[in-house]
Ligand binder design. Structure first.
Ligand SMILES: *Cc1c(COP(=O)(O)O)cnc(C)c1O
Length: 384
């Protein structure tokens, strides 16, 4: 058996053609493919606006700035995420605080959040960054109720979850990144995620002011064609009104994104089939499988199991060419964060989860044969 990774992109003929067409067009960047990708992606999530950026981390950074993070501003997030979800607050000069996870959903624990906020000084925290971890949606309606009470903005890190959804109290599906409960949401198009553009990211929102601010921040804080100009000297005139960045996506990448987005329904369906096969194949073993509560739609960026023999299983599968992965080392356990004062023991549910979690191969092009082989090897490890 060839090496089976935990995640993998899929580039097909039409994806290649889309890139070639752009290479032969007048625009390699700042052209029409960006707008087309943004419009298609906004329509897919159900949000009013989308802003394409160079990667998911750049998306987080710009959002932190647009939401007013600066020195003295404190923001909450979950320790079970990629480091970028927390780092973006530090980039903007703010301070990060963590709320422990729910041990069953692995998402930020809303009871612990409410408890923490009720004991905090009024106005101590300005915002929260929930993560739709592994593709499992945070109930943003419940989070919004807490956020309203404590006057917090919400920046949803939906990198794992295009296509994920929860059912709200009116029994309607609320898709990740649709902007109905969060101020801003962000996505990544790194090749292990649902859509691959090499590097790439997207911000979605229903807030027009934030949308316009982000468009300008993405390109140096420059404004050209609006009534917001403070002066006007002629056709060449532009103003840099804020300190922005060059966080643009290229048209080459956007054309790949447009092509990849066309396949997302099919690919999420395939991810759900793979999850079902794992669920059935592994049910009899003494391991914890992912939960999906009634009404939730899992986007299955990751399929995570928990076992006390995690290291042994990881090594055994690796020896059999199955390359699983661990998502994630809790952010507060990273040396950089420990130097800021975080200690082992501070977030016990996250640390406990980390000691046992393992992400099995999950990607649309995983074949039935490969998956049978993975299940067979896991069973062999547990002597079944
Ligand atoms: C991948 C990822 C990011 C960062 O995205 P990049 O495009 O790699 O910068 C941020 N948050 C989460 C949860 C991610 O999985």
């Amino acid at each position: 058996m060839d090496i089976i990774p935990y995640g993998k992109h899929e580039i097909e003929k039409e994806d290649i053609q889309a890139v070639v067409d752009t290479l032969q067009s007048d625009f390699l960047t700042q052209g029409p493919k960006i707008t087309e990708f943004e419009e298609n992606f906004a329509a897919y999530t159900g949000a009013d606006f989308a802003i394409a950026v160079s990667n998911g981390t750049a998306a987080l950074h710009l959002c932190a700035i647009a939401l007013g993070v600066k020195a003295g501003v404190k923001v909450l997030t979950s320790p079970i995420t990629f480091v970028a979800s927390a780092n973006c607050i530090l980039y903007a000069g703010g301070e990060v605080d963590f709320v422990d996870i729910d041990p069953h959903s692995y998402l930020i624990d809303l009871h612990k959040l409410e408890n923490k906020l009720s004991k905090a000084k009024p106005g101590e925290y300005s915002g929260i960054i929930p993560i739709d971890f592994a593709g499992y949606p945070v109930n943003l309606e419940e989070l919004k109720n807490i956020a309203k009470k404590y006057n917090l903005w919400i920046l949803e890190d939906a990198c794992h979850a295009p296509g994920g959804a929860f059912k709200d109290s009116m029994n309607r599906y609320q898709y990740c990144g649709n902007g109905n409960y969060s101020d801003l949401a962000i996505f990544s198009f790194h090749p292990v995620k649902h859509i691959a553009t090499g590097e790439g990211g997207m911000i979605t929102t229903n807030n027009k002011d934030l949308y316009e601010k982000l468009l300008s921040l993405r390109t140096h804080g420059i404004i050209k064609h609006t009534d917001l100009l403070e002066d006007y000297h002629g056709g060449w005139y532009y103003e840099m009104q804020n300190l922005g960045y060059n966080y643009r996506l290229s048209d080459i990448q956007a054309s790949l994104g447009i092509s990849q987005l066309r396949k997302i329904h099919k690919n999420i369906k395939r991810r759900r089939e793979i999850a079902e096969v794992y669920n059935n194949g592994l049910r009899s073993l003494n391991i914890t499988l992912p939960i999906v509560a009634e009404g939730n739609q899992h986007a299955y960026h990751l399929y995570i199991i928990q076992t006390k023999e995690r290291k042994e299983l990881y090594d055994y599968l690796r020896a059999n060419n199955i390359f699983t992965q661990v998502h994630y080392i809790p952010v507060h356990m990273q040396p950089y964060y420990r130097r800021k004062g975080w200690k082992i023991g501070d977030l016990p549910s996250a640390e406990d989860y980390y000691s046992r979690c393992l992400s099995l191969p999950m990607y649309p092009s995983l074949t039935a044969n490969e998956q049978d082989y993975i299940i067979e090897k896991i069973k062999a490890f547990f002597h079944e």
